[in-house]
Design a protein around this ligand. Structure first.
Ligand SMILES: *Cc1c(COP(=O)(O)O)cnc(C)c1O
Length: 452
């Protein structure tokens, strides 16, 4: 009987020159771990004829496994979907100034909580608060981790164990587990629903306010649209009514546009400044939706209420870090300097002209020598302007297996995310940065010639 090859010892494998090279590259502990993990697999999952692979083959497996272990999974991609705020692709890409501020704050010491004038402790909120109040007209501001945290904090600080009035038209689920009624329950607030699924009147609120509520909440629909026989009272009337009863209003704006989207041929997305002017007491919105900055939850509002919110212990658990504050300040400065449209990628994409889009798509076709330019639709996405699309020009490619083609593009070193429309693979120049064009074109060529 032929003697079977036994599983080699770790030490034997370490003697090979390949192993020496791996140890130099990755360090001995990781290489050892990896060899052990490969040997364990061979032991536990023998192949059909129960043969142990040759040592060289085992080392090949080790190399492959090390590469898998070390390959980063959070990597840049090219977004050719035309969805500007693509939540799965990281929402808003940031401006160069935001990147610079973030990088400076992160690789050096900074004035996060240091007052240079007095040479002592400062507050982290002051870096952004004054910019936000100047921009929105609100009295006071606070930045936390994200908007979900902002809403939870405000409710916890102002309405714990108290009644909160909200319309049934606004008991929304935003996605990613954010459901308005659940957040309210978590904060300890008691939900008082008014109106019906499609309609709510001022008189519905009036009836509910007779009964000692702590807060009236308005939540932006964000990602859906109620159409047909619908109505909600204007915010300014709701605020006036609540104030007659001495009750403050919280507006969860979601996206919180600071520029008017209607200027770019889109529907009008409610703006932060409008809520402030309508007399709303506290307003929450995201930093990485239409604002175009880092992930953050921004709270602006009346000073006395903001003091209570800032003092709540949950605030400490949700506070924004220095990277977020640095990037957010730089982003807000673009608005103050009236350069948001030219400096913030989200607004550059929204304001792109049809001539520009047409030219980009045409350039792609000419460079590739295949496909054609067709009319299509981009969307804002990210819980802003539901169902709202705007015209764009697309590069359309007819390929035998569109889904396989998309998979090949996702498998590239810098993955390209496209979509399928009428059985063709399409690419929208609106969300592709011009400097990404060479990589995009090389990737498409590679997928077409089958070299991946
Ligand atoms: C997006 C959104 C949220 C959640 O914001 P995050 O910043 O993702 O936490 C909450 N409320 C509304 C209305 C939204 O649109």
């Amino acid at each position: 009987m032929i003697e079977r090859r036994t599983i080699p010892a770790v030490e034997t494998l370490l003697q090979y020159p390949q192993s020496t090279e791996l140890v130099l590259l990755y360090g001995r502990p990781l290489v050892l771990d990896c060899i052990r993990s490969v040997l364990a697999d061979i032991r536990e999952h023998p192949n059909d004829d129960k043969a142990v692979p040759e040592n060289e083959a085992i080392l090949q497996l080790v190399v492959q496994r090390l590469e898998t272990w070390l390959r980063p999974t959070l990597i840049p991609v090219i977004n050719a979907t035309g969805v500007i705020l693509h939540t799965n692709l990281g929402r808003a890409p940031m401006s160069q100034a935001a990147l610079q501020a973030l990088s400076q704050a992160s690789t050096s010491y900074c004035t996060l909580e240091y007052n240079l004038k007095h040479g002592g402790r400062g507050t982290r909120s002051e870096h952004v608060d004054s910019l936000l109040t100047r921009l929105t007209g609100a009295e006071s501001a606070l930045v936390v981790n994200n908007n979900a945290a902002a809403v939870l904090l405000v409710l916890s600080a102002l309405a714990n164990r108290k009644k909160v009035v909200i319309s049934r038209t606004q008991l929304v689920e935003i996605g990613g587990g954010f459901r308005v009624p659940d957040v309210m329950a978590q904060s300890g607030a008691k939900l008082v629903e008014v109106g019906t699924t499609n309609r709510v009147h001022l008189s519905d609120y009036e009836a509910a306010l007779q009964d000692s509520a702590a807060l009236v909440v308005r939540a932006h629909h964000s990602n859906f649209k109620i159409i047909g026989f619908t109505s909600e009272p204007p915010l300014v009337e709701l605020a006036a009514l609540a104030h007659q009863h001495g009750i403050p209003v919280l507006d969860d704006l979601g996206s919180g546009a600071l520029l008017d989207t209607a200027r770019f041929g889109l529907a009008h997305e409610p703006m932060v400044q409008e809520s402030v002017q309508a007399g709303v007491d506290v307003i929450c919105f995201s930093g990485d939706k239409l604002l175009g900055g880092p992930q953050a939850g921004i709270i602006v509002g009346r000073k006395d209420l903001m003091i209570r919110i800032k003092k709540h212990p949950l605030g400490r658990a949700m506070r924004a870090d220095k990277l977020c504050l640095a990037a957010l300040s730089a982003t807000i400065l673009h608005y103050l300097k009236n350069e948001a449209e030219s400096q913030i990628p989200v607004w550059q994409m929204i304001s792109m002209t049809s001539a520009e889009l047409q030219r980009r798509a045409q350039d792609w076709v000419e460079a590739l020598q295949v496909g054609e330019v067709i009319g299509g639709l981009s969307t804002v996405g990210g819980g802003s302007l539901p169902e709202e699309t705007f015209p764009t020009s697309l590069l359309a490619l007819a390929v035998p297996q569109p889904n396989r083609f998309l998979a090949k593009l996702r498998n590239l070193h810098i993955p390209i995310i496209g979509r399928i429309e009428n059985e063709r693979v399409v690419f929208d120049p609106r969300t592709v940065f011009p400097e990404q064009d060479p990589v995009l074109l090389a990737g498409i060529r590679k997928a077409m010639t089958g070299t991946i």
